[in-house]
Design a protein around this ligand. Structure first.
Ligand code: ZN
Ligand code: ZN
Length: 387
């Protein structure tokens, strides 16, 4: 079945929700307004159960089908925005300076709400559908919090599906891949402590700037010398901060920060081990002391094989277009849900647009019927009969 006609009728309404979310973006777990509206709408649609406060500010709505059945399909959207100052010029631009929906989670939330409205009206399935609205996808691990809160067992969820909009891919074209899809992410910080002093007397100081400079270059050898060239790994130092701003003062300490991205557990182990060795021993070589914090943050997104096929079939049914996606070094905390249950994550093209996380990005409302129809299609096809 192609894009559902009902979504043509609902399009303006769903776009209205999306633009309202866009105008009022919220960060991390602080998505109280958005989660409140989501919960109110789910109740208004007639969901059989609406539970708030899962994983701090997450919301789950449960809709039971007309047919008897015990299986439950989880459909997930994220609700949080980013600390970026909007530069789109749209009439519904962010009213909160320095915060905007630059990743299109306003679109994801609106599309899943649209699907919820349709599924609550029609209920042409057996068992139940759990609509999962999570906070803090952008670094906070809202998916992890909802899983740790027992969401999967509480609603008896058997499979999980999620979607991200992709600028630059043709409008309505889907893309997915089986197996490793998104990278596992790591975060690091290294404090390098030396001894400050007058820049004209460097021999009386222990210069943390020199140690930091060597460290940044040394860390590049993890990818070039330690990782199998056939594997994908990124080590990016993104910030170097010293406590002085003067031209003539050697600082006491320097802080470097960054992120790592890997596609396998083996690469994750090698990367962390070499990171700690290089950071620690480089600081020592220049007479400094390093305090190293290295955290493995999001696991990789790994799509299970059968569910990838179901997701691709649903995509083809909706728009006739589903490509094989490339692996990406992005992180995505839908991986915590995939760690608990089989499932799949899919990309939906929204046409030409600014890139994700850019101040000029704005979700394309023309993508709404495709996203809503895919959510509905996957629920109805996976719950067509007990099995
Ligand atoms: Zn993002
Ligand atoms: Zn995103």
């Amino acid at each position: 079945m192609p894009v559902r006609n009902r979504f043509a009728e609902l399009h303006d309404e769903i776009a209205g929700w999306r633009q309202d979310f866009h105008e009022h973006p919220e960060l991390q777990f602080d998505v109280h307004r958005t989660a409140g509206i989501v919960a109110d709408k789910l109740r208004e649609f007639g969901c059989d159960e609406v539970v708030t406060g899962i994983g701090k500010t997450g919301v789950v709505g449960l809709i039971k089908g007309k047919g008897e059945g015990s299986r439950c399909i989880g459909l997930r959207a994220d609700m949080d925005a980013l600390p970026i100052h909007e530069d789109t010029g749209v009439p519904y631009a962010s009213k909160t300076p320095g915060t905007m929906h630059a990743c299109g989670h306003d679109g994801h939330t609106a599309m899943l709400l649209g699907a919820a409205k349709y599924l609550a009206e029609t209920r042409n399935f057996t068992g139940s559908v759990a609509l999962i609205f999570q906070p803090a996808e952008e670094g906070g691990g809202g998916g992890r919090e909802m899983v740790n809160d027992g969401m999967m067992d509480r609603f008896g969820i058997d499979e999980v599906y999620g979607m991200h909009n992709i600028p630059g891919r043709a409008l309505g074209e889907f893309a997915i891949r089986s197996g490793a899809f998104y990278a596992a992410t790591g975060l690091f910080e290294v404090e390098i402590h030396g001894r400050g002093g007058h820049a004209a007397y460097p021999h009386d100081t222990v210069d943390p700037i020199i140690a930091a400079s060597q460290m940044v270059m040394g860390l590049q050898t993890i990818v070039s010398r330690n990782i199998d060239p056939m594997q994908q790994v990124v080590v990016s130092v993104t910030s170097i901060e010293s406590v002085t701003t003067a031209h003539n003062v050697v600082p006491e300490s320097v802080l470097i920060k960054g992120t790592t991205r890997v596609m396998s557990d083996q690469s994750a182990d090698i990367t962390e081990e070499r990171f700690r060795q290089i950071a620690g021993s480089t600081a020592e070589a220049y007479g400094c002391r390093a305090v190293i914090r290295y955290e493995r943050n999001y696991p990789g997104v790994f799509n299970s094989e059968a569910e990838t096929d179901f997701a691709a079939q649903a995509a083809k049914a909706v728009s006739g277009r589903c490509e094989t996606a490339q692996m990406t070094m992005w992180g995505e905390d839908f991986s915590f849900l995939l760690g608990e249950r089989p499932g799949a994550y899919i990309h939906l093209g929204i046409g030409e647009n600014a890139e994700l996380h850019q101040p000029q990005y704005n979700f394309n409302d023309e993508a709404i019927p495709f996203g809503c129809s895919w959510f509905v299609e996957i629920a109805e096809s996976r719950l067509a009969k007990e099995g």
